[in-house]
Design a protein around this ligand. Structure first.
Ligand code: SF4
Length: 444
């Protein structure tokens, strides 16, 4: 079990280069070690000593959820892909290995939901790298110094950010672009600083992102969100890192300027939230006036159990954090390994909701961040004698779609929005072809 005194050591990343030096490496079988080394050619691997020493239960490996969350598993690739990689590695043929790796990566939908093609922010007809504007009110900013994390999740849809393939990375060196864009877009009330993990940045770099948002010209920006897994993967960021106090002072400065500051904290398993170091981190973050919102994807092998979700949401409320989202695992990377059918996702969500009090029912889900918007599965119903999924848009590129229930034919095997079919012609506008526009049919 974690205790604060042994959790205050400095940040020690563990990568393929030094993994064999860790005491836990010898606990793995030769097959497990080979599997990790092989799959990590495709999915970037990085963990740290806090995770290895405090969060993973090594007696439960390989089934331990935090182990699977951070250590690539052979089942995350097809047998054919595995053998192609193993062949190139056995021959020590670096060029062939690189070719195989790139080919597999390109087949894994590295930028789902049109991230590279449909969300690019433009100013005076010039694209602004590292800025995305998908929904009217919210701009996403990807600071270049935040394109890494304290550890990498094996399911991550941002994996293309870390692997260095040309044309796959979204990043910006230009905080000035963000300010200029926001000055020209007074409809924007929210900025989400994201990555990677923005809380990987040191306090000075974080200040360079946050302080311009406090300028009087950006009065219309009311809410600043920071998407982060640091409270789980490196909670010492908030109490014992050398610049922890500076980071908290910066949060206080943002709150004192009248902005709502929210840490969109990613927890995949209640064990992460229950660790004493995470508790201390949340306590300190909340003491600045910032709000901690808890969100995660639903992942087979990690958290596909309603009891875990209920425990996560109850634990969040107990610590003064706000349960926010249950996402459906995205259509990228090792989706097949992690996927849960939409029907099961909804049942798990409902079961978890049933067993928590109203204070934890702030959570929304199961939600898919799909190409046209953020689609929530509200449940099952019958229409004209046929079973249907009931859905709505929590957010949409076209604001007209938001909040209107619509129906899709029931499909017990579907795992993602693009597999669903409208239940009737009235529902077709909710399945827009983005190239043909997004408008609802007149009268709908
Ligand atoms: S911390 Fe977030 S961005 Fe980083 S690997 Fe995990 S899910 Fe992806």
């Amino acid at each position: 079990m974690t205790n604060l005194s042994n959790a205050t050591h400095g940040y020690h990343p563990v990568t393929l280069k030094n993994l064999a030096d860790t005491p836990q490496w010898s606990r793995l079988s030769p097959e497990q070690r080979q599997g990790i080394r092989t799959v990590a050619q495709v999915y970037p691997f990085r963990t740290n000593r806090y995770l290895m020493d405090e969060l993973i239960d090594w007696d439960a490996v390989p089934d331990d959820p935090i182990f699977r969350l951070t250590f690539p598993q052979p089942e995350m690739l097809s047998p054919r892909e595995l053998s192609r990689l193993a062949g190139a590695m056995a021959q020590d043929d670096k060029r062939a290995l690189k070719r195989e790796v790139e080919e597999i990566r390109r087949s894994l939908n590295p930028h789902p939901a049109g991230q590279l093609t449909h969300n690019q922010a433009m100013l005076e007809d010039e694209p602004l790298p590292g800025l995305q504007h998908k929904y009217d009110q919210t701009v996403l900013f990807f600071p270049s110094q935040a394109q890494t994390c304290h550890a990498y999740c094996t399911f991550c849809f941002r994996w293309a950010q870390f692997v260095g393939m040309p044309g796959l990375k979204i990043a910006s060196k230009e905080v000035e672009h963000l300010s200029a864009y926001l000055k020209a877009h007074t409809e924007v009330s929210d900025v989400l600083i994201t990555g990677g993990d923005p809380m990987f940045m040191g306090a000075p770099a974080l200040a360079r992102c946050l302080e311009p948002l406090l300028e009087p010209e950006l009065e219309h920006v009311r809410n600043i969100r920071i998407g982060t897994k640091s409270v789980s993967y490196w909670p010492m960021r908030y109490f014992s890192d050398p610049d922890a106090d500076q980071v908290l002072a910066l949060f206080e400065q943002v709150v004192a300027a009248g902005k709502h500051l929210a840490l969109m904290a990613h927890f995949d398993h209640p064990r992460e939230l229950e660790a004493p170091a995470a508790r201390e981190a949340i306590r300190r973050i909340r003491s600045t006036g910032a709000v901690v919102r808890v969100q995660a994807p639903l992942l087979r092998h990690i958290n596909d159990d309603a009891r875990l979700w209920a425990r996560l949401w109850r634990g969040a409320v107990e610590q003064g954090a706000v349960p926010y989202y249950m996402f459906v695992a995205r259509d990228t990377g090792a989706q097949e390994y992690f996927q849960v059918t939409l029907h099961r996702a909804w049942r798990l969500f409902r079961q978890a909701m049933e067993s928590v009090s109203g204070l934890a029912r702030t959570v929304r889900g199961p939600s898919m961040s799909a190409h046209p918007g953020k689609v929530r599965l509200l449940g099952l119903s019958k229409l004209g004698g046929r079973r249907v999924f009931v859905l709505d848009y929590l957010q949409a590129r076209s604001a007209e779609l938001v909040g209107r229930p619509f129906f899709a034919r029931f499909d017990p095997e579907a795992v993602w929005f693009d597999e669903l079919k409208p239940a009737s012609p009235d529902d077709e506008p909710f399945f827009p072809d983005l190239d043909d526009g997004l408008k609802l049919a007149a009268g709908s």
